[in-house]
Design a protein around this ligand. Sequence first.
Ligand code: HMG
Length: 389
Amino acid sequence: MKVGIDAISFYTPAMYLSMEQLAKARNEDPNKYLIGIGQQEQSVVPNTQDVVTMAANAAEQIINDDNRAKIDLVIFGTESGIDNSKSAAIYLQTLLELSPRTRAFETKQACYGATAGLQMARDYVQLHPDKQALVIGADVARYGLNTPGEVTQGGGAVAMIVSANPRIISFDGNSAFYSKDIMDFWRPLHTTEAIVDGHYSNDVYVNFFKETWNQYQQITDLSIADLSAMIFHLPYPKMGIKGLRAVLPEATPDKQAELKTAFSFGSMYNKRVGNLYTGSLYLSLLSLIDNDDHLKVGDTVGLFSYGSGAQGEFFTGQVEAGFFDANRKQRMQTMLNSRRQLSVPEYESIFNSWPKIKAGDLILSVSDDDAKFVFAGVKDDQRQYLNRK
Ligand code: HMG
């Protein structure tokens, strides 16, 4: 029986920053950001959105009466947690009015959390084919104003329904993974911004990719010739190119051209959103299936998931008959194109308005945020979420 992703959706807030403008404000050559990093725009997350609301705004696009009756597992991958105890999945289950007869919890290992969730959901549905799982990757990528990481910020949420006989992609179970205790990027509890050893993190990423790719080939006897596309966790688009370049010499010239084209389709959305940590690989998958019209049913797609700290996994799936959905693509384009462009001072002010980690009530003005689900503040140490439509 095939198991995989039956539906996928995305939400990012309705504001963005142009990387050309950011480069000018930071006295950098715009081509460093546009070409050297490969980023064109970056979503900016207002203080009225967090991982819970972004996940709800993404998931409500694919929840319907049919899957609502079958979902009894909600796995929320995030590294932008909102509580040390209570998981974002429980809030989400309530906001989406899912059945209380649900297992709902959070997974964490940097950007790898959603992949952990996806693999667990796959195994679960394999055992319980009449059930479905909702898997989330939602994060806010923050490094700080005037830092080298600033150009790689962003945020948003990807929601995926995992089912038997999926319409989008089925996972064949072929997978190679690798973990090691490494300090390339981490987020201590006292701050909302990441600490990162940027150049070291790039090297570790490529090493983990090569390690898992080599292991994958040994386990499966498959090679680069068997793949129609290779997609990557994309902290920024150039990072995936560095990964791809590490293995392209193994391919024929025609295969190299095919994989490079697929990569560029698979990074179109990421170039406009920026890093969304756990969701980035799956935003790339969405970008690939919406835009790469050379993909055919049955084609094998390789996915590389990387979470700093560090965990890597390379796995494969086969494209299924319902992978292309014109309405989903239209929705995606409307969401990206209707975002309001911010000036750099506006972005800086929104960045600085993010609540600091401290006790006490917080009342946020939600009138400027048109999203259905919003975060309205904190009362008596309890987070206040609104469903407004
Ligand atoms: P930097 O030091 O400012 O940039 O930081 P640089 O000097 O390395 O330049 C970047 C690229 O632009 C270079 O290309 C330059 O040559 C090029 P490369 O050598 O890498 O191919 N460049 C130009 N190109 C065209 N025209 C020009 C020009 N000038 C320079 N005029 C860095 C870059 C990525 C390190 C920084 O932004 C950073 O620290 N980002 C955050 C960390 C990160 O994203 N790491 C990625 C791997 S780790 C990961 O993926 C996990 C993560 O998502 C977290 C998680 O798992 O939770 C981050």
